[in-house]
Design a protein. Structure first.
Lengths: 439, 439
């Protein structure tokens, strides 16, 4: 049996208490799998009097994080407080104290990853963050290790469970966006302030991490164009279905060779029979294409206490394995675990580059000749139409029109939409969604 | 930059030449990701004069495998000859020579894994075999690392691409089993002698490896009950669809607590909208359920030169990372990489244990009262009926009847089927397939 490894746990909320429970309840499994014992030696909590789902082991609680960093029995600091300011401070101090770090903090990695990874490298310690993307699904580890021999050509991922829950509820229960959002809140799948999720910011954070890991080089998440799902109506979901598709909020990255990486987040049409279309409710999935492995997909629960904690404990076990690889518990940190800081920063190309198929939905006055005007503009701009559906209700009233284009360039499409939106019979800006027919 | 790591390649067929190509073409990517160069230092081939898809680098060819084992510049032996006798000999000699081993040989691991892993442990070297299950999909690595914190509760896997290709062709092109098999042969998805695949033996090998890794303890594949897909007709596929299901050849393992592990391979009905139902053609997938992570799924190409070679190179890169973790390129091999030999052997329970929903198909004489006789027997045996379909063609002719049962115990079902098969109006033994309604 190898020497015991000590954990300093920062945060005892949903994920932190889950980590403590897994480390306690599955202790013998973990000991068997890594070859030695892993024990929580100290816990820092913000609020000592807070009522918690899982009982806080009071004998382990420390008053200040410095106690964790000074403790020679602690080799790994696990940061699960969330937020950016305090979490960053703790992680930086931990790396300086030559402690290995495990975190689930996606915003922190997306915003300050570069600084943090540089510091880890300088101090020859590891930092792992599997739980930051896709909860318990080992997506990052798979890209980093299983697919390590490949250049990653593209990623199509459903990484925001809130949005996928809402879109699934709209589809299966015919709920409006607002009603589906209320249901998501009631069931704990959406925050009281859901903007971060439904506007696509959270998915953009995760895509920045995915692209950074898979392409080499750190990615500034601010360069990733993102669109949310607020504009989607039940009508759009029904029309997409009629055309043979489902609507998913996708985080997409495509390598464009020497030019850079096309990366964006937005609602997208995926084929009914595809693996991504089968991702229901709050689940997550990432379809990753490598130059030799072809397409692989990783699927599971993208959030929740135990799935996320499962990934955190998986990371802890990897650090412990690495510690045990060297007899004196010091190990040379290999570059594979990190963003590759010595590689040039990935060049993120702005938004979707096309050419692509598109779904367009217009709100028009329902009267003879309107469809003709729209299709006429599309034709003159060189945008071909693959399928069209007009929902005739009452002459003179507002009514939606949906259509699917043939492959069209961004330029042609933009020109057409601009002209259509200027028509007097058109009420709202046209809803434009890309279509990915070959997933 | 760290010292160069040398590879001895045994076999230069489909997978071996793919490995050589990836190591050569993606050399700079691999060097960047592991921190040092990885180079093939010697290649052993059976037949020097054979024509090959990829040119054999003749300057690297050795006459005898002993040359690879004696070469101090070679740290890793990659076995890709297939078969059991020669492959086993090479691997055993390599482990004795304290070389790390990477192999894609599923039959060898399933049949002689225990002996091989014991020898690896004794010599403190690693053996990796990701490519043995699911080609390029990192299923084993995910169970071993990403889900390492979990007890694995169940596995439902599509691990034989030949069978999945045949079942997909039967469904989508309305082909008979024989016609679909011919198409699979013509397209290179089935061997000239396809028995190993279509009888479920290959899937049972892979399930033995999956169960061994996930449950701890070595699994003797001979204990795994397996049924192939020869008995499936287009009628069954259509009826399954009518009942809301697809037919897939599944490799299934379910932990039954202290009693052991239910493990079997057989055609099974999975719900139309499920992730496993969306696995088309020759693709593979494994749905793995852990006690904390919940359900995760891993999907991709399960065979082929490059996908398989991608997994082999991923394994090579893991060994290289581990070598670099210790300054003198010797590392203490952690137990996580292996089957856990010190854990008691998993107790494999024979076949499906039920209770379960079942699909039953009878070939009967089409005349009044026949359906009544069958349902009468089921009723008397305590097997409830959920749905039934009788395909009326011509009175007096042979005609199929399909039905779906409510949850029934194995005992009750067996008793009923035995009685039904004794009826004079029944032509063939009843086709029985389990239904997994909650995937």
């Amino acid at each position: 049996m190898r020497p015991e490894i000590g954990i300093g746990l920062v945060g005892f909320g949903t994920v932190g208490s889950g980590v403590y429970r897994i480390l306690t309840r599955n202790a013998s499994l973990i000991r068997r799998r890594v070859g030695g014992a892993v024990k929580v030696k100290g816990i820092l909590v913000k609020d000592h009097s807070k009522r918690r789902t899982h009982a806080l082991p009071r004998q382990l609680v420390v008053k200040h994080y410095a106690e964790l960093l000074k403790n020679p029995e602690i080799q790994i600091i696990v940061e699960l407080v969330g937020g950016v300011v305090f979490a960053k401070k703790i992680i930086i101090e931990a790396l300086r104290a030559k402690k290995h770090v495990v975190t689930a903090n996606k915003a922190l990695i997306a915003l300050h990853g570069k600084e943090i990874f540089q510091l880890a490298e300088k101090n020859n310690v590891d930092i792992f963050f599997e739980a930051a993307v896709g909860g318990g699904i080992p997506i990052l580890r798979s890209i980093r290790e299983g697919l390590a021999a490949n250049h990653i050509r593209s990623i199509h991922a459903i990484v925001n469970g809130t949005c996928n829950f809402i879109l699934t509820a709209m589809e299966e229960a015919n709920l409006s966006f607002e009603a589906a959002l209320q249901q998501a809140k009631a069931m704990g799948f959406a925050e009281a302030d859901p903007r971060f999720d439904i506007e696509g910011t959270d998915a953009a954070h995760k895509l920045a991490i995915l692209v950074g890991l898979s392409q080499g080089g750190y990615v500034n998440f601010k360069k990733i164009h993102h669109v949310g799902i607020k504009a989607i109506s039940v009508y759009d979901i029904q029309m997409a279905k009629r055309f043979g598709y489902k609507i998913k909020l996708l985080a997409v990255a495509k390598s464009q060779g020497g030019k850079g990486i096309e990366a964006w987040v937005g609602p997208t049409l995926v084929p009914q029979g595809s693996m991504l279309a089968a991702v229901h409710g709050s689940n997550n999935a990432a379809l990753v294409e490598g130059d030799y492995v072809g397409r692989t997909l990783f699927y599971g629960q993208g959030a929740g206490s135990y799935p996320t904690a499962s990934a955190v404990v998986g990371d802890i076990m990897e650090v412990v394995r690495n510690l045990y690889a060297d007899d004196d518990l010091s190990y040379t940190v290999p570059p594979l675990g990190h963003f590759d800081l010595h590689h040039q920063e990935a060049n993120i190309l702005p938004g979707l580059l096309g050419p692509s198929h598109y779904y367009l939905r217009f709100q028009v006055v329902d009267k003879p000749g309107v469809l003709g005007k729209i299709t006429g503009i599309l034709g003159r701009c060189g945008v071909g139409i693959q399928a069209v559906h007009q929902d005739l209700k009452q002459i003179g009233k507002k009514s939606p029109v949906a259509l699917l284009t043939h492959v069209a360039s961004q330029d042609k499409l933009k020109k057409a939409v601009l002209a259509i939106d200027r028509l007097a019979v058109v009420f709202e800006p046209t809803l434009v969604m890309p279509v990915e027919p070959n997933l």
